[in-house]
Design a protein around this ligand. Structure first.
Ligand code: ADP
Length: 461
């Protein structure tokens, strides 16, 4: 397959990830196109592209970015060669990837077939099992009756987690510690999943107590080369949603690191993976790990992997979509051993939420916005400037701070300094909470598991 260079790329997304994509394009000499909803008229991503167009008039803030036909029509008219979907919105929608293909526009991501096999958690578990990768004990198929659920409970015992097959972002999940909670959880997870993903299908897994969340970044080209870029530790979560991510994981012995990365590669190879993706695992207290899901797209926390491997993942996504081999000089990865860890990186998700009020989202106008800078600090912001309007329409992530250091303590000190340097007035943020976490002894020892935030209410002060 010959390389087809892109001249113009559209980001079918908003906020920080749209800007991240534009930056990668500009560095590669590719023109950029933004789309924005009526609610996003003064959003920063609109002004960071070479061209920007209003989309989804009258459709509402979210549906605007989900208007497949309108987006593809516009891309055609503006002679866009490729569309990058970012994360969320249409990024895991196989129909959108197919519609791009039909319109002769490259979709920067895995093929619709890979998306279908890995995007659904039940189907992804089958891929993992066939590839010989351990999965959390669970039901082989979606659970459709209470009897099936009770039978699984009898075999595996409590606690159990009810999970939406189409789930994401911690939604459509319920932990059940007894029969009553299981039966309630089945119903509420299914209805939440139907509302959020249009698919009520749920399955059951044994709920592991206090695991670590370890995930592996993978990237494949269209010529059969697939590499991994080591792991991220995303155990610092609130309600099963990631808040702080670290690369590489602390306290993972070389043998386990190798085994987890190797398992991720087995899954990637089983589906001939193309473009960027993440394979997620839970690591239990005994040091055993289990596959939980794959995310066939770029993730919010890709920055930490970029910092520790000195590899530009979003640029490489674009390059492999153009047809380059990962081993071509333009990308320049000779082999797996060529991807090295050069230090530690920590990412904090700064949100416009009030930790002292149950993390309720806050809205309004940002009056003061002073950022951090200096050695080892990277910022990926969507809406960061004085005068920006924080609206209730979209998720509350304001900026991502990534700190890099040769050692983990170095990176943690840089993050602490960066958080102290930030001044945001006009809307409440979680910056004080993030400082409490990254200066906590358990964090500094790399001992946090997924229950850390919930079990330490003092962090909210
Ligand atoms: P989502 O797609 O919504 O992000 P995941 O399957 O990736 O859902 O799980 C998100 C988080 O939920 C995990 O990182 C972990 O904290 C928790 N979780 C999921 N499955 C289990 C399980 N079987 N046992 C314990 N915790 C789990």
């Amino acid at each position: 397959m010959a390389v087809k260079k892109f001249k113009k790329i559209m980001a079918a997304n908003r906020g920080e990830i749209a800007i991240r994509i534009f930056r990668a394009c500009t560095e590669l000499g590719i023109k950029t196109v933004a789309i924005y909803s009526e609610e996003d008229k003064i959003s920063l991503h609109r002004y960071k592209a070479d061209e920007a167009y209003l989309i989804g008039k009258g459709k509402g803030p979210i549906d605007a970015y989900l208007s497949i036909d309108e987006i593809i029509d516009l891309a055609r008219k503006k002679e866009v060669d490729a569309i990058h979907p970012g994360y969320g919105f249409l990024s895991e929608n196989a129909e959108f990837a197919e519609a791009c293909e039909r319109a002769g526009i490259a979709f920067i991501g895995p093929t619709p077939e890979i998306q279908r096999r890995l995007g659904d958690k039940v189907s992804a578990r089958h891929v993992a099992i066939e590839a010989g990768v351990p999965v959390v004990p669970g039901t082989a198929d979606p659970v459709t009756t209470e009897e099936e659920a009770l039978l699984f409970a009898k075999e595996s015992g409590y606690p159990i987690i009810v999970k939406a097959a189409a789930g994401g972002g911690g939604r459509g999940m319920r932990v059940a510690r007894n029969q009553k909670e299981l039966l309630e959880g089945l119903k509420s997870a299914a209805s939440e999943a139907k509302a959020a993903f249009g698919n009520p299908s749920v399955f059951l897994e044994k709920y592991l107590e206090k695991p670590k969340h370890i995930e592996v970044q993978i990237l494949g080209d269209q010529h059969g080369n697939i590499f991994h870029f080591f792991e991220r530790d995303c155990s610092i979560q609130r309600r099963h949603q990631k808040v702080i991510e670290i690369a590489p994981s602390l306290g993972l012995d070389e043998k386990t690191r190798h085994a987890i990365c190797d398992s991720a590669m087995k899954i990637a190879r089983a589906v001939d993976y193309i473009n960027a993706g993440t394979v997620e695992f839970l690591l239990d207290q005994n040091g055993d790990f289990y596959f939980i899901e794959t995310n066939p797209r770029i993730q919010v926390e890709h920055t930490v992997t970029e910092m520790v491997t000195a590899r530009n993942l979003v640029q490489m996504q674009i390059q492999v979509a153009q047809g380059y081999k990962l081993t071509d000089p333009e990308i320049g990865i000779a082999n797996q051993e060529d991807i090295e860890l050069r230090g530690y990186a920590i990412q904090c998700r700064v949100t416009t939420e009030d930790p002292q009020n149950g993390f309720a989202p806050d809205f309004g106008t940002i009056k003061v916005y002073r950022t951090a800078a200096g050695f080892g600090v990277r910022l990926d912001a969507g809406q960061g400037y004085a005068g920006a309007q924080i609206t209730p329409y979209y998720d509350s992530m304001l900026t991502k701070i990534t700190a890099f250091g040769r050692s983990f303590p170095d990176a943690a000190r840089t993050m602490d300094r960066a958080l102290q340097e930030f001044r945001i007035r006009g809307v409440k943020t979680n910056i004080g909470f993030l400082e409490n976490v990254i200066t906590h002894p358990l964090f500094l020892e790399g001992k946090c598991d997924t229950s850390f935030i919930d079990n330490h209410p003092e962090l909210f002060q």
